[in-house]
Design a protein around this ligand. Structure first.
Ligand SMILES: [Zn+2]
Ligand SMILES: [Zn+2]
Length: 79
């Protein structure tokens, strides 16, 4: 076997699927799965990867670093 096993990874919930699968979008949240590191384009070789092993980039695409000060809706009001 000469091919390296590779995965697609959900940038939100970090669910991984084999590259050979036909899944392109996360079954959990519908976001496009990452096929490679957004920074250096290295393939994702571990289903448990959260950071790129080549450059250390976080494998989450659109994670805003600003924290929400107010939640969109409160859970405690209806319970
Ligand atoms: Zn997901
Ligand atoms: Zn990288």
């Amino acid at each position: 076997m000469s091919e390296t096993l590779a995965y697609r990874l959900c940038p939100q919930c970090f669910r991984a699927v084999p590259l050979a699968s036909k899944e392109w979008y996360c079954a959990n949240d519908g976001v496009r799965l990452l096929e490679h590191c957004p920074k250096c384009r290295s393939g994702i070789t571990s289903p448990y990867a959260r950071y790129c092993v080549a450059c250390g980039e976080a494998l989450s695409e659109q994670t805003p670093k600003t924290k929400l000060k107010q939640p969109a809706f409160r859970k405690d009001e209806h319970v």
